[in-house]
Design a protein around this ligand. Structure first.
Ligand code: GYE
Length: 345
């Protein structure tokens, strides 16, 4: 999807909101009337007698708390549910797919009005998504995608274009080394194995740098999106590869862990080894402003408000765009210095 198309999708989405809210209040009134007749519409959650049951209940299964991005995302979801008047049942999967499947099943049992979740990996969701569909509970994918062939299993996918993020990282590198003959030795710290952002950030980056054989990925391994793993894997990279020119880390946290490893090995991050990361959370932006990271591709975790708008629409039976892409930018060291004071996350 190009930038213009993306903007249009978002503009239409926002323009529709007041209309949707009107429809929702009509629907809520109808549901309240029906509740007295013992009708189980599913829209009142577990409290058909009214009161708190009049609001929408959302079951939200979060990946975990593996990174600064994730913490900011959780906060955004919790705060915007509150201000949208949506009752949130929040579950933390601690980076395990089996925990997410359990949480989804429990949401189905509790007859929530809508399920939203950020799938830790892309595959293996069809059975549980089918169960939600059979129970007539709409599902919204947020942040990460699934690879299900049957796209009717979910209503929409709200989140970033991770392939595009990988491409932006690659484009900076191509520009940075345009006057050098190479070889340029790159090590890569991948996100969680099998996750959409790890798969796509790798693919987008590889596509761009693949056009010039001077760029060589000499080692690539998962750091599970955490600082601790990023440090550990970078230490191993440094031991077995004396000539690393560039580190590409799929998120800031792994990059920050790797910086500790690089400094521990007596090298200067940002100079001896150039570093590109993704996310642009505050700690990452600080390291960029300090010259320890060279470039960050932004990935916004502030998905809460859009998620709540989509949830209201979906519960009201409104059409929603099948894909809502987040608007994002990139930061150089100079840009990070300017952006830091007003950075929200
Ligand atoms: O980049 C990383 C997090 O899915 C976009 O997950 C998200 C990624 C984010 O742990 O920091």
């Amino acid at each position: 999807m190009n930038a213009v198309h993306r903007m249009l999708t978002l503009t239409n989405f926002r323009k529709d909101t007041p209309h949707v809210l009107k429809k929702i209040s009509v629907l809520v009134a109808a549901v309240v009337a029906l509740a007295g007749c013992g009708s189980n519409s599913g829209s009142t959650g577990s409290d058909p007698a009214g009161g708190a049951g009049d609001s929408i209940t959302m079951g939200f299964s979060q990946v975990g708390a593996e990174s600064g991005w994730r913490t900011a995302n959780t906060k955004s979801v919790q705060e915007s549910a509150k201000s949208a008047g949506i009752e949130l049942k929040f579950s933390d999967a601690q980076q395990k797919q089996e925990n997410q499947i359990k949480a989804l099943r429990s949401f189905i049992q509790q007859k929530v009005d809508v399920i939203a979740f950020s799938p830790v990996v892309e595959s293996g969701w069809d059975t549980v998504l089918k169960e939600a569909q059979n129970a007539k509970i709409p599902v919204i994918l947020t942040d990460r995608a699934v690879d299900s062939k049957d796209t009717s299993l979910y209503k929409t996918f709200l989140g970033s274009d991770f392939v595009e993020e990988g491409k932006k990282a690659g484009q900076w590198l191509v520009e940075e080394y345009k006057d050098e003959s190479g070889p340029v030795n790159i090590v890569e710290l991948q996100g969680t194995t099998g996750s959409a952002p790890a798969n796509d950030r790798k693919a987008g980056f590889a596509e761009v740098i693949g056009a010039d054989p001077k760029f060589k990925i000499i080692a690539s391994q998962t750091g599970d999106f955490t600082r601790a793993k990023g440090k550990e894997v970078m230490e191993a990279f440094l031991k077995s590869n004396p000539d690393i020119d560039v580190l590409y880390a799929h998120n800031d946290d792994m990059g920050l862990g790797a910086i500790e490893a690089i400094e521990g090995a007596g090298k200067t991050p940002g100079a001896d080894i150039k570093i590109i990361t993704v996310d642009a959370v505050k700690d990452g932006m600080q390291a960029l402003a300090d010259g320890k990271i060279n470039y960050i591709v932004e990935c916004s975790p502030l998905l809460g408000p859009q998620l709540m708008d989509l949830a209201k629409k979906v519960v009201a039976g409104e059409q929603v765009p099948p894909r809502v892409v987040t608007e994002e930018t990139t930061f150089t060291q100079e840009q990070a210095k300017q952006a830091l004071p007003s950075r929200q996350y």
